[in-house]
Design a binder for this molecule. Structure first.
Ligand code: PHE
Length: 334
């Protein structure tokens, strides 16, 4: 039995053959195993001797099986080492590195500057109610000032995409009143507009809001000038122009000198030498009241800047459509 089994084992070449051999020669109905199950049929005298012999055969077969199975595994390993040889000296392919979007880099720089100046980031929602985006900001339904913001409405009445970050003023005030507030509200805004080199249907804004007792227009102007110098450098020139917003009184807009062309005319400032970067003003008493503050005791200023405008100036980007165009040739430059 043993010799024949061992001879067969020699010719086994793979895992399947090994398993078949094991079933045939060590399985329940193999010759050796049958000797064990038939021991009872033998006489008392014969039993120990036959049992012992059978046991030896079984051990020999098991040993041979393990040996052969090791041999085959080694051979398979050798074969795969031969066939799939790697040239470890070949230089690797460099992974392409991603980087932060220029708009994000610019936003983070703005957070850093305003953070140094004591403003905390406060997040508000992109999907807003008509009430927060307009009414509580002193812009009632049918008020002609609504034309200032071309709005994306949703199919749910009274629900829209925010047209500016100013509704966040109300959220922040209602959370903090009657304590002082000094926050910035960054985020995406949406307007139903004709896309051009200077306007997009989506863009970021960073709203600033400060409320306390005794805040004046001088604080607003000083804060904005300080911000511009920290961001653009000490030499930057700014100017405030009177303007109108329903939620601030008085209102203004701030321009920074277009240092890209030095006033000689470029696509960013359209040759005027100045670029408007924000709207601002003293928080309207009605808005203070809507936020939970007594306008007789508290005052505050607010501003809403267009960070992409600022990025255009800082990075000399001539067309706002590059920001969300997802063209890697543009993005790779930052
Ligand atoms: N929300 C205004 C806009 O989108 C900007 C602004 C913010 C003006 C805060 C005044 C105060 O045009």
């Amino acid at each position: 039995i043993q010799e024949q089994a061992l001879a067969e084992l020699e010719s086994v070449q793979d895992e399947a053959g090994l398993q078949a051999w094991r079933t045939a020669h060590l399985g329940r109905s193999s010759a050796v195993m049958r000797v064990f199950s038939d021991l009872g049929k033998l006489s008392k005298e014969e039993r120990p001797q036959v049992g012992q012999n059978a046991n030896q055969v079984k051990l020999a077969l098991e040993g041979a099986f393990n040996l052969r199975s090791d041999e085959l595994r080694q051979a398979a390993l050798q074969r795969s080492l031969q066939n799939e040889r790697l040239d470890v000296t070949l230089p690797g392919r460099a992974p392409t590195l991603g980087s932060l979007h220029p708009a994000t880099q610019n936003l983070r720089e703005i957070y850093r500057v305003l953070g140094d100046m004591g403003f905390q980031v406060y997040r508000a929602r992109d999907v807003e109610s008509d009430e927060y985006n307009f009414e509580l900001l002193n812009i009632p339904a049918h008020h002609p000032a609504r034309d200032m913001w071309d709005t994306f409405h949703t199919l749910t009445p009274g629900v829209l995409l925010r047209t500016h970050t100013s509704p966040g003023q109300i959220h922040a005030m209602r959370e903090y009143a009657p304590d002082p507030v000094r926050v910035i509200l960054p985020g995406m805004c949406y307007r139903y507009e004709q896309i051009s080199a200077r306007s997009e249907i989506q863009f970021n804004q960073v709203e600033m809001l400060a409320i306390d007792k005794g805040i004046t227009f001088g604080d607003l102007k000083g804060t904005l000038n300080d911000f511009a110098r920290r961001l653009f450098g000490d030499e930057v020139r700014t100017r405030l122009r009177p303007s109108y917003f329903p939620f601030t009184e008085p209102s203004a807009e701030m321009d920074v000198e277009c240092f890209v062309c030095g006033g000689k005319g470029c696509p960013i400032c359209k040759g005027s030498g100045w670029l408007e970067i924000l709207g601002c003003g003293m928080v309207h008493p009605t808005v203070l009241k809507n936020g939970g503050y007594d306008p007789a005791v508290y005052s505050g200023f607010a501003a809403g800047m267009g960070p992409e405008r600022i990025a255009m100036l800082r990075y000399r980007i001539t067309d706002i459509r590059y920001f969300w165009g997802n063209d890697v040739r543009f993005l790779e430059q930052f």
